[in-house]
Ligand binder design. Structure first.
Ligand code: MSP
Length: 474
């Protein structure tokens, strides 16, 4: 059935350039978009950059740059990286876009009108790296465990959102999968959060402290809290003057990392409920990469620039290297030195070699596309069923595994049948037809992951001319 779906990535902070972690989320969301499109759905794929707040302002100051210039430079860097990675987004939102800022103001007025905000004196510990308040309990040796910096003590009068009014309802929606949080481990984590104390959160900052933000439409000298501004991108980022064109009729799927789960699974639906809007249907939460056991960090110097990997391995291979490391939803450690090994074994010697071998044999014996056997068709049908189920539930790693099992089967099939030794013409034709059929199916299955390669294989099957897909690397 044809559905209208909105697929989103988080919008990334422009304090820095895109890295491997950002690329992971974005490529995964792109793969889902392509898959759902192939399945006949109408998908709007949204990504973009989060440009306001203290974090961006402080980075700009450190660099001696005007914040807008830093935003322009780095949002451009994101666009360039996504183009290199073959990301086919429909809209790239920047939170400094005038149209977004205006819609944020409208939404906040609505929250105020619906009596969902109030003013309060507040004292708390703020981590600029996280752009959120932390509690004493969150700290390790007095520092934010993620950013290894001491949070700032803040005491000011802010506007607060009545989160606590909506907690019961959201907990129910999540437990009943009406707001589907996947995988199960992430759902458990969110449900655990309701057991702790969740408090109303501040939606504004004093302008003298955070100047780089959208002016709050009520309350003097306050700017909108960067997370409220950012989450609203999912409604404003449609390229029109309307607020949430896709949300009305469509299904909304957010893809994000586990670090920002609370904002997406609790704060965001609460804001939407308060304003009387639809909530997302599904959120898919993935784990984190570490490199050689360590968090990616500039100080350690292990930050991977995805563009650099594309230059070395090519776009499809980079997409493959991103998604084939560990199951989506879990954390995983990678070693950059292992990329070449994985590339050679799975792409050059695996997929690439199989296609070349089959086409060479088919050419040699003059077979284009004959009739494949029932048995092989049955096997493919089985593979497709598992694959589709995996893709529907965002088990991208497992879906890839299923394809590579099929590649392995074809290799074995060639070894066992030794087409070059077959003298019976009919038998030879059947064996090669089976293989050609498998390859054309593989080309379809890889299409969301490796779109260029999929096209190349289909072309090679049409013309019969084999060209190297993945040259072996040293
Ligand atoms: N601007 C906020 C998101 C606002 S969404 C309304 C933000 N930006 S971020 O630039 O810090 O990006 C965070 C996201 O980047 C994570 O949720 C995840 O998708 C991705 N990743 C960042 N580091 C990562 C890893 N080391 N591994 C995997 N993904 C990671 O938070």
């Amino acid at each position: 059935m044809k559905n209208k779906i909105l697929i989103t990535t988080p919008i990334y902070y422009v304090n820095d350039k895109p890295h491997w972690g950002h690329a992971y989320t974005t490529v995964a969301a792109d793969v889902l978009t392509r898959f759902f499109r192939i399945q006949g759905n109408e998908v709007f794929f949204l990504t973009g950059t989060d440009e306001h707040g203290a974090k961006v302002a402080e980075s700009a100051e450190k660099l001696g740059k005007n914040p807008k210039v830093l935003c322009d430079d780095n949002s451009e860097a994101y666009k360039i990286a996504w183009e290199k990675l073959g990301i086919e987004y429909d809209y790239f939102i920047r939170t400094t876009d005038k149209i977004h800022e205006e819609k944020v103001v409208e939404f906040l007025k609505e929250l105020k009108d619906k009596n969902a905000v109030y003013e309060k004196e507040y004292e708390g510990l703020y981590c600029v790296g996280c752009e959120k308040f932390l509690t004493e309990k969150d700290l390790v040796d007095g520092k934010c465990p993620d950013h290894k910096t001491e949070p700032k003590k803040i005491a000011e009068k802010n506007y607060f959102f009545k989160l606590t009014n909506y907690l019961g309802k959201i907990e129910k929606l999540i437990s009943k999968d009406q707001l589907l949080i996947q995988p199960e481990i992430a759902k458990k984590e969110v449900l655990g959060l309701f057991k702790q104390r969740l408090e109303d959160f501040s939606i504004s900052r004093q302008k003298e402290k955070v100047r780089w933000g959208i002016d709050l439409p009520f309350g003097e000298n306050q700017t909108v809290y960067v997370w409220v501004d950012a989450l609203l991108n999912y409604c404003t980022g449609n390229g029109t003057k309307e607020f949430d064109t896709y949300w009305e009729k469509g299904k909304v799927i957010h893809v994000l990392g586990k670090d920002i789960l609370k904002f997406h699974a609790i704060f965001w639906p609460a804001m939407l409920l308060a304003a009387g809007k639809n909530i997302p249907q599904r959120e898919f939460i993935h784990g984190f990469f570490t490199f050689n056991g360590q968090k990616m960090s500039k100080t350690i110097g292990n930050v991977i620039d995805p563009s650099e990997i594309v230059d070395k391995f090519g776009v499809d291979a980079t997409r493959y290297l991103l998604l084939s490391q560990f199951p989506f939803g879990q954390d995983g450690d990678v070693k950059k030195e292992k990329f070449v090994e994985k590339y050679n074994s799975d792409l050059a010697n695996g997929l690439g070699n199989l296609v070349a071998r089959v086409l060479t044999l088919a050419n040699k014996y003059g077979i284009k596309d004959g009739k494949s056997e029932k048995e092989i068709e049955k096997r493919i049908k089985g593979v497709k069923e598992v694959y589709e189920k995996d893709m529907q539930d965002f088990r991208l790693f497992e879906a890839l595994e299923e394809i590579w099992k099929l590649i392995g089967f074809c290799d074995k099939y060639i070894e066992e049948n030794k087409p070059w030794q077959i003298t019976d013409k009919k038998k030879l034709e059947t064996v090669l037809s089976n293989l050609l059929y498998c390859i054309s199916e593989i080309a379809d299955l890889i299409a969301p992951f490796l779109p260029e390669t999929s096209e190349k294989i289909k072309n090679q099957l049409k013309t019969g001319k084999s060209e190297i897909l993945f040259p072996r690397l040293q």
